[in-house]
Design a binder for this molecule. Structure first.
Ligand SMILES: Nc1ncnc2c1ncn2[C@@H]1O[C@H](COP(=O)(O)OP(=O)(O)OP(=O)(O)O)[C@@H](O)[C@H]1O
Ligand SMILES: [Mg+2]
Length: 399
C-alpha cells in the first residue's frame, strides 16, 4: 500500500483517486514515520505538495540510509530548479508537478520498479527503523554526535576528542565511536598505537551501498566500549571521501553507538561541514593566544551564519593555565562568549602522545583527565537524548 503524506485533505483525496484504491493517507509527519516504521515492506511514499521542503529533504535523507528500497516521490505546486536539485540530492527519486497526472503515475511506477529490483538484492531484515520525530530511537541507539573543531590547528582538538571518547565510554558502560575526520593528517592511530588495517578510505568503493554491517567492518576496536574509525593512511585518499559519504557514516555510527565523537581538521571544507551539520554538540577548542582566540571568534561568526544552535556550542580553553599575559576576562573579551571548560597545560600530554597511551587511560586522576571528565559530566552525560536531532527526520532547518 502506497503511503501519501498530504496535510490538505481535499488535495489528498484528489490524489488518492488518481492513484487508485491502495493508498494510505497520512496528515502529519509523525503519522508518516509511524506508518513507515510499521510497514517494513512498503516501497513508495508520495509527499504531497503541502509537504515543507525541509521535511521532504530530511525524510528522503533518512530513507536513503535506513530504507534504501523505500522510494520517495515529491509533488510540487510549481517546479523550481533549485527545489528539484535539493530534493534529488537528498535522495528523492522524482519531483513531479502535482497538476500532471500522467507524470505522477509514471514517476510512481518507475520508483516502484526500482524498489522491487533493490528488494531482490536486499535481505528483508536489512531494513532499519526510522526514528520518530517524537522520542527518537526505535530499536536503534540514536547516538549523540559531538564534533570537536577549531579554525586553528594544533590547539588540542585531537587530545580533547580522544580523551573525551575514552571517558564517555566509561570502560564499556556506554558505546562510543571516535571518528578521525582529520582525513589527510589524522593521528588517532598513532596516539593509540592502533594498526590502521581498515580506515574510512575503505568505505569509498562501497560508498553508495554501505550498511550497518559494512560500517562495522571499518571500525577498529580500541577499548571496551570504544571503537575508532581511523583516518586514511595516505593523505591523498582524503580527497575521495565525499560529504555524502561522511554524512552516511555518521548516521550509521549514530545507529549503533551512544556517542559519536568526531575529531576534525581545522578547515571549513565540505567534508568538515558534513561533520558539523550532523553535530548535536560543537566542542570548540582554543588556547590562550590571540591568533587562536581571534580564529575562535571567526568560527563563532561562521556558526551564526550557518545557523548552528548557540546552546549546542561549548568553548574549551586548552592550556588554560599557561602564563601568557592574558587574563580570562581578556580572553572572553576577544571571543565574546563565556568559556565553558578549562584544560590545564601539562608536559604529560606530549609524553602520552609519544608513548601512544592517552592520559585518560594511563592517569585517571591527572588534572588533564579530570578536566575532560568534568566537561563530559557537565555537558554530555545523559540518560535520554536531550537535544533533538538537527538534521534528523523532519527536523532539517529547525536548528
Ligand atoms: N593541555 C596540553 N598541555 C600540553 N600540551 C598539549 C596540551 N594539549 C595539546 N598539547 C600538545 O599540543 C600539540 C597539538 O595537540 P593536538 O594534536 O591535540 O591538537 P590538534 O588541534 O588536534 O592539532 P591539528 O590541528 O594538527 O590536528 C600536541 O603536541 C599535543 O601533545
Ligand atoms: Mg588533530
Amino acid at each position: 500500500m502506497t503511503i501519501l503524506y498530504e496535510q490538505w485533505q481535499q488535495q489528498a483525496e484528489k490524489l488518492a483517486t488518481l492513484l487508485g484504491e491502495d493508498i494510505l493517507i497520512v496528515g502529519s509527519a509523525d503519522a508518516l514515520v509511524e506508518e513507515v516504521n510499521v510497514r517494513r515492506d512498503e516501497i513508495l511514499v508520495i509527499l504531497g505538495p503541502s509537504t515543507p521542503l525541509a521535511e521532504a529533504v530530511g525524510f528522503a535523507e533518512q530513507c536513503r540510509v535506513r530504507r534504501p528500497a523505500l522510494g520517495v516521490v515529491l509533488l510540487r505546486q510549481y517546479l523550481d530548479v533549485n527545489v528539484m536539485a535539493e530534493a534529488l540530492r537528498a535522495g528523492v527519486r522524482e519531483v513531479v508537478d502535482v497538476a500532471d497526472s500522467a507524470a505522477i503515475l509514471g514517476a510512481c511506477a518507475r520508483s516502484q520498479d526500482i524498489s522491487r529490483q533493490l528488494n531482490q538484492h536486499t535481505h528483508a531484515n536489512g531494513h532499519a527503523v526510522m526514528p520518530t520525530s517524537g522520542n527518537g530511537a526505535g530499536d536503534l541507539r540514536d547516538g549523540q554526535v559531538i564534533t570537536v573543531f577549531s579554525a586553528k590547528g594544533g590547539v588540542g582538538k585531537t587530545m580533547t576528542a580522544l580523551n573525551l571518547a575514552i571517558l564517555l565510554a566509561e570502560g564499556g558502560k556506554r558505546k562510543v565511536c571516535l571518528m578521525d575526520l582529520d582525513l589527510a593528517f589524522g593521528d588517532v592511530a598513532i596516539l593509540t598505537q592502533l594498526a590502521p588495517e581498515r580506515t574510512i578510505a575503505d568505505a569509498v568503493p562501497v560508498a553508495d551501498r554501505i550498511d550497518e554491517t559494512g560500517f562495522r567492518t571499518l571500525l577498529t576496536p580500541y577499548r571496551s566500549g570504544l571503537d575508532v574509525l581511523l583516518a586514511p593512511v595516505q593523505p591523498a585518499l582524503a580527497e575521495d571521501i565525499g560529504r555524502g559519504l561522511i554524512s552516511d557514516l555518521i548516521q550509521l555510527a549514530r545507529d549503533s553507538f551512544d556517542y559519536v565523537v568526531i575529531d576534525t581538521a581545522s578547515v571549513f571544507s565540505e567534508q568538515m561541514l558534513a561533520a558539523l551539520d550532523a553535530a548535536h554538540h560543537y566542542l570548540l577548542v582554543t588556547t590562550p593566544e590571540i591568533p587562536a582566540l581571534k580564529n575562535t571568534r571567526v568560527v563563532l561568526d561562521m556558526f551564526d551564519l550557518l545557523d548552528y544552535r548557540r546552546e549546542a556550542r561549548t568553548v574549551v580553553l586548552n592550556r588554560a593555565d599557561s602564563k601568557v599575559g592574558l587574563s580570562h576576562t581578556d580572553i572572553e573579551k576577544v571571543i565574546r562568549v563565556p568559556i565553558n571548560a578549562h584544560i590545564p597545560s601539562s608536559r604529560d600530554v606530549p609524553v602520552s602522545a609519544n608513548v601512544g597511551v592517552p592520559l585518560a587511560v594511563s592517569h585517571a586522576s591527572h588534572p588533564v583527565t579530570l578536566a575532560i571528565k568534568e566537561l563530559a559530566a557537565k555537558k554530555f552525560r545523559r540518560t535520554a537524548p536531550d537535544v533533538k536531532v538537527k538534521r534528523g527526520l523532519f527536523s532539517k532547518g529547525s536548528r
